[in-house]
Design a protein around this ligand. Structure first.
Ligand SMILES: [Zn+2]
Ligand SMILES: [Zn+2]
Length: 447
């Protein structure tokens, strides 16, 4: 049995041998190409850093990316892309046709976060807005989308300046509202794959707050989780705090629901199949001595498989209803916000291997890190939902000294993405971003 298997494996290997070899980068060609790209990136750099700092100082929240999108549209037009604006909110689509060949989509996101910046940078954001509750909050590019935009613009410029070195079609998209998991869906619903050339491949990068600049990271296959938002309204019967027997207390009931929900992960799910159920917000009542009528819970739910997602969402409803029944309370309202659903991100194997092989060749294998999947989410996943190969990689953004310092005992921990003190170091992060993305595109359409 074992022998048969290895024999057939050998036959398969022989059969696919040439195809595998064809995916290996041609080292000489690559060296020349990388050198040329590097030169062009260096020539663009000052301009790209200025763009990056401008974007960092002027962040805009999800679905409000008016000035940001106008600026990016202007950048693409200036280098000869055919540009369409307002594709799904403030989405921008730039198309550059250059003969026969594959169509490659390169995506950047544009939105910032309601975070008050505390980096102390000379170009720190001072923008302020009012949130849903009327409170004044700062706005900050705390997820590095400003750097994504600078690298994306640089990639477009370098590729436009090398038209004699590739053949095919580029579709450069600037996507709104990534942080609320909405932008990719809006652009697809607005006809991204119907009104514009449908891509054969989709590429994107994301800043990483743990790797040194000059390094990249990747995950083959499943990289990020399904993300669902669920709202639960636990109902009761309000009354005086001194007379609980005349009420049905939704605060006690909600506390029970929060704990019961944890049994979905600990008792209902296969331990090798990751699930997260987090109650991120719980609100009810107005005063010490009043038992309220209801308590509101807001949940984030992370899964990696469609079947597990279905089971988990159903279990939340079942558990909330059962707890209410046990307490003699009215039925709770359980709402899954499908508008905020972000499907799991799966990096297609062949495209991942082809691009990672290239990265190892041009950056050195020691600067290319494989990392396990994480339970975060990214709506870039949506572009791959109907079978188009997608690949998103991580771009290192921190000085190596700071990483070494953090690794020491008692060292200052590194801030995560979305932290008010996280920022990517522009140089060389932007350069590595433009270089790797440009070469990844040329790897698919280069001559
Ligand atoms: Zn983010
Ligand atoms: Zn992000």
């Amino acid at each position: 049995m074992t022998l048969c298997r290895s024999l057939s494996a050998a036959v398969i290997l022989l059969a696919i041998g040439p195809a595998v070899l064809a995916d290996e980068p041609d080292k000489e060609k690559l060296k020349g190409r990388a050198g040329e790209v590097e030169k062009r990136v260096a020539a663009e750099y000052d301009n790209l850093e200025a763009l990056y700092k401008y974007l960092h100082t002027h962040p805009e929240l999800s679905l409000q990316e008016e000035k940001t999108s106008a600026r990016l549209a202007k950048e693409l037009k200036a280098i000869g892309f055919e540009v369409t604006e307002k594709v799904g909110g403030y989405g921008v689509v730039g198309v550059l046709k250059n003969g026969k060949g594959s169509t490659v989509l390169v995506r950047t996101d544009m939105d910032a976060l309601p975070v008050t910046e505390a980096t102390g940078l000379p170009y720190a954001s001072k923008e302020r807005v009012r949130d849903k509750n009327g409170n004044e909050v700062g706005v900050m590019h705390a997820c590095g989308h400003d750097l994504h935009m600078a690298a994306w613009t640089g990639t477009a410029r370098v590729l436009a300046s090398m038209k004699d070195r590739w053949s095919g079609t580029l579709v450069f998209i600037a996507q709104p509202a990534e942080e609320i998991g909405t932008g990719a869906r809006l652009m697809l619903e607005a006809g991204l794959f119907k009104k514009f050339p449908k891509p054969d491949y989709c590429l994107a990068l994301h800043c990483n707050p743990l790797f040194p600049h000059g390094h990249v990271g990747f995950t083959e296959g499943l990289a990020l989780a399904n993300v669902d938002s669920v709202d639960v309204v636990v109902k009761g019967k309000g009354g005086h705090g001194a007379a609980p027997h005349t009420t049905v207390d939704p605060v006690v009931l909600a506390a029970r629901v929060v704990l019961d929900l944890q049994t979905i992960v600990s008792r209902e799910t296969n331990p090798t199949d990751p699930v997260v159920v987090t109650v991120g917000s719980i609100h009810g009542g107005t005063k010490h001595n009043i038992i309220p009528n209801e308590v509101k819970l807001q949940l984030t739910v992370r899964t990696t498989k469609d079947a597990t997602r279905k089971h988990t969402l159903e279990a939340i409803e079942r558990i909330a209803k059962a707890a209410a029944q046990g307490a003699g309370a009215p039925e709770p309202v359980v709402k899954v916000d499908l508008g905020e659903f972000t499907p799991a991100l799966v990096n297609e194997t062949k495209l991942t291997r082809k691009t990672v092989g290239l990265f190892k060749e041009v950056l050195g294998a020691e600067k290319v890190h494989e990392r396990p999947p994480v339970m975060g989410g990214e709506d870039f996943s949506r572009y791959g939902r109907d079978g188009i190969p997608i690949f998103m990689y991580w771009l290192g953004t921190l000085p190596p000294e700071r990483i070494a310092e953090a690794a020491k005992e008692g060292g200052k921990p590194l801030p995560s993405l979305h932290s008010d003190v996280y920022y990517p170091i522009p140089e060389p992060s932007i350069k590595t971003g433009v270089k790797t993305m440009t070469l990844a595109v040329l790897n698919l359409v280069g001559k």
